[in-house]
Design a protein around this ligand. Structure first.
Ligand SMILES: C[S@@+](CC[C@H](N)C(=O)[O-])C[C@H]1O[C@@H](n2cnc3c(N)ncnc32)[C@H](O)[C@@H]1O
Length: 211
C-alpha cells in the first residue's frame, strides 16, 4: 500500500504494515483525514495506540506527513487510499473509526450503499468498533453538490427507514444520530474552521458500533 514518508509517497508491503502495528493495543483510523491534524494530535496524546490518517489525496496530508516524519511519531501513518476500495490488510483491525466532515464521494458513500464505503467500514472494524461520523450539508450553501450527488433530505423517517437499516445490513448498529450546533464540536479539523464561518450551519453526528 501507498503511505507518506514525509511529503513523498512510498510503497510498503502488507508484512511491513503488519509489523508496524503489531505492538499497539488498538488501531484507530480517520477516513478522509485531509491535512491529518486530527490523528496527529491524538497520536501524540496516546502513544500506546496506533493512528492512521487515510485520504485519497496525497497533497492534502503533506503538512502533517512532514511533521510526523520530522518529529519521529512512530504510532502514526498517513495512507494514500480511496475509502471506496480499502486494502484487505486493513480488514478487522480497528477499534475506532472516524469520518470528520466528509466531502465528495466520501460524503456520498455514507448514504449510498453502492459506493461500498459502508461495507468497507464494516470490513475494517473489529467487533465492538466505535464509528463516529460528523457531517454537514445545507440547501442554503451546497445546493449544487446536494443535487449532483443526490444527497438525501435528512429527517427522522429517512434515518429510520433507510439509513439505519442499511447500516444494520453490514452489522453496524446505529446508537445515536444527533443534530448539533457548531459550538458543540471539539475535534481538530481544518474544515471545521471553514464550515463554522456560517452561524446557522448545523452538524450531524452519527455514532455507531460494529456488532
Ligand atoms: C472536507 S475534507 C475534510 C478533511 C478532514 N477530515 C477535516 O475535518 O479537516 C474531506 C476529505 O475527504 C477526502 N475524500 C473524499 N472522498 C474520499 C474517498 N473516496 N476516499 C478517501 N478520501 C476521500 C478528500 O480528499 C478530503 O481531504
Amino acid at each position: 500500500m501507498r503511505i507518506l514518508k514525509s511529503s513523498k509517497e512510498i510503497e510498503i508491503t502488507n508484512e511491513e504494515f503488519l509489523s508496524k502495528i503489531e505492538n499497539y493495543s488498538e488501531c484507530i483510523i480517520d477516513l478522509g483525514t485531509g491535512q491529518g491534524g486530527f490523528v496527529y494530535f491524538n497520536a501524540l496524546d496516546n502513544k500506546d495506540k496506533f493512528y492512521i490518517g487515510l485520504d485519497s489525496c496525497r497533497e492534502s496530508m503533506k503538512k502533517y506527513g512532514i511533521k510526523q516524519y520530522k518529529n519521529k511519531i512512530d504510532n502514526l501513518m498517513y495512507v494514500v487510499m480511496n475509502a471506496q476500495n480499502l486494502n484487505e490488510v486493513l480488514y478487522n483491525k480497528f477499534s475506532e473509526i472516524y469520518i470528520n466532515l466528509p466531502w465528495g464521494s466520501l460524503l456520498q458513500g455514507i448514504f449510498k450503499e453502492e459506493l461500498k464505503i459502508i461495507e468497507g467500514i464494516s470490513k475494517i472494524s473489529k467487533p465492538k468498533c466505535k464509528i463516529n461520523i460528523c457531517f454537514s450539508y445545507d440547501e442554503k450553501f451546497e445546493k449544487n453538490e446536494i443535487e449532483k450527488r443526490n444527497l438525501p433530505e435528512l429527517n427522522e423517517s429517512y434515518f429510520k427507514e433507510v439509513l439505519i437499516p442499511t447500516y444494520n445490513k453490514y452489522k453496524i448498529e446505529v446508537e445515536s444520530i444527533e443534530y448539533i450546533s457548531k459550538d458543540k464540536l471539539s475535534f481538530q479539523s481544518k474544515w471545521m474552521k471553514v464550515l463554522t464561518e456560517s452561524k446557522s450551519r448545523k452538524f450531524y453526528v452519527i455514532v455507531c458500533e460494529k456488532k
